[in-house]
Design a protein around this ligand. Structure first.
Ligand code: GLU
Length: 469
């Protein structure tokens, strides 16, 4: 088979919906897993609803999700002349015709059909009219749809979907002002872009039958169709804002890593055995139409969080740091000075294991983000009493000489605990308070290793001064 070429063709009429992201991902996986191409087309033919801001949101969403596309994004609107050219070609071939019926006449036809209990699909009297009888009046161009037989959409997800041709009217291709309709634009663009597989939401399934009519009239080979079931909210109703965020950008500001999002969206309506957590390499290799569910998928926030946490834990530290810094910027958090960002990078190994989002990770990494003198939370403050004072008094001088390694620091803290006849935990409390100003933190040894000798000693000295009776 020739090279696979897929596309995502969003309409830029608002934010980027999570359903669009999933469709984009499925197209990306299908193409990338087969050495194919994945293209982006902005369907901006509806001039009233399309905005440049919405296009930007799509481009940003694709970039964040790491769904790289080949070449430049194509603007559908800019190709309007080409769409019209195809309609004129069909006209010259006798596969389309000029229809001069007015809106009033069409309405009259429908009313009469309804009254007589016939199909209200408009049948134009101009379909087979002799061009010599054409008036000098505005007209639309309609395609001659087959009058009998059936159209079978061989859908890779839904199976064969059969539509009776007498249920398809002679669709308008060009409006009376000469502008092409959306349905024509999609087919011409898909053909010109060499799209081999059309993977999209099943709200377009009915369009496929009409679009096939244009392919057939032009003698073009049909693409393979795969129509994806909807995404529902947890309550089984169509996913909407009521269920929580529906915009891709919202998930970015909620602090989910792109890899976790890709993993979750891939699982939303597609499965590979019992696999839940997987890498891009795996999903590219595994993704196929046979794994797509026929029924609608339900959005499950718990599962998203779970996968997100696993991807944060599995991430490479350098890449993770960059992603967290981008998240901070996106969420309007303060810019981190270079040395603080470097500290955060050093801290990742001990904070990334149990964070479901970047926000949670940053909470755990607070000890490296704060500056002396630390603000000490009330609960941590309670740890700083006279016993703590004596523990810090014994420990601090020894920190100057100890070798700054996990083993040596552990041995030292244990030794101080023994000298005070208390357990490790009793020492850890005041150390947490001193090193982080908090009572829930990564392990004290990890914090000391990340903070380094000078900063650790300075924080312990600060805390010593704050101990109360
Ligand atoms: N522009 C359509 C949409 O945003 C997609 C059309 C298609 O994929 O064929 O729903």
């Amino acid at each position: 088979m020739s090279q696979v070429v897929t596309r995502i063709a969003p309409s830029p009429t608002g934010y980027m919906h999570i359903g669009t992201a999933r469709t984009a991902l499925f197209n990306w996986l299908y193409a990338r897993g087969r050495g194919g191409k994945f293209l982006l087309r902005i369907e901006d033919t509806d001039r009233e609803r399309s905005t440049p801001e919405a296009t930007d949101a799509i481009l940003r969403g694709m970039e964040w999700l790491g769904l790289d596309y080949d070449g430049e994004a194509v603007s559908q609107f800019e190709r309007a002349d080409r769409h019209a050219e195809v309609a004129h070609h069909l006209l010259s071939e006798g596969k389309a015709y000029k229809c001069f019926s007015t809106q009033a006449e069409i309405q009259e036809f429908r009313d009469a059909a309804r009254a007589e209990g016939r199909s209200t699909l408009f049948q134009s009297p101009w379909r087979d009219a002799d061009p010599n009888t054409h008036p000098d009046a505005p007209y639309v161009v309609r395609i001659k749809s087959p009058e009998t037989g059936v159209t079978v959409i061989q859908d890779q997800v839904q199976g064969d979907v059969t539509i009776k041709n007498d249920q398809l009217d002679d669709m308008v291709l060009l409006r009376s002002d000469g502008t092409p309709v959306y349905m024509l634009a999609v087919v011409v663009d898909d053909y010109d872009m060499g799209i081999t597989h059309v993977i999209r939401g099943d709200d377009h399934l009915n369009n496929a039958a009409r679009q096939m009519m244009i392919y057939n009239a032009m003698g073009w080979a049909l693409p393979v169709y795969a129509h994806l079931p909807l995404i529902l909210g947890e309550d089984g109703k169509k996913l909407s804002k009521r269920h929580g965020a529906t915009s891709v950008e919202d998930y970015q500001t909620m602090g989910y890593p792109a890899a976790g999002m890709r993993n979750y969206l891939a699982r939303l309506g597609w499965s590979h055995g019992d696999d839940e957590f997987f890498t891009d390499e795996q999903s590219k290799e595994w993704f196929d139409f046979c794994g797509i569910n026929k029924s609608a998928a339900r959005f499950d926030f718990k599962k998203l969080q779970n996968l997100s946490g696993q991807h944060i834990a599995a991430a490479d530290d350098a890449a993770l740091l960059q992603e967290i810094l981008a998240y901070r910027e996106k969420s309007d958090m303060a810019h981190l000075a270079d040395e603080v960002a470097a500290g955060l990078g050093r801290a990742l190994y001990c904070v990334k294991d149990r964070a479901k989002t970047f926000g949670e990770l940053l909470d755990k990494a607070r000890f490296i983000l704060v500056q002396r003198p630390l603000e000490i939370e009330e609960k941590a403050q309670n740890q700083l009493n006279s016993v703590s004072h004596s523990i810090l008094e014994t420990l601090t001088p020894q920190l100057h000489n100890v070798s700054w390694s996990r083993e040596a620091l552990e041995a030292l803290v244990n030794q101080v605990a023994e000298a005070h006849e208390v357990g490790f935990g009793k020492v850890a409390g005041p150390l947490r308070a001193a090193l982080a100003g908090q009572s829930v933190t990564p392990s004290v040894i990890d914090m000391m290793l990340v903070l380094g000798r000078d900063e650790s000693v300075a924080r312990l000295n600060d805390a010593k001064a704050q101990c109360h009776d």
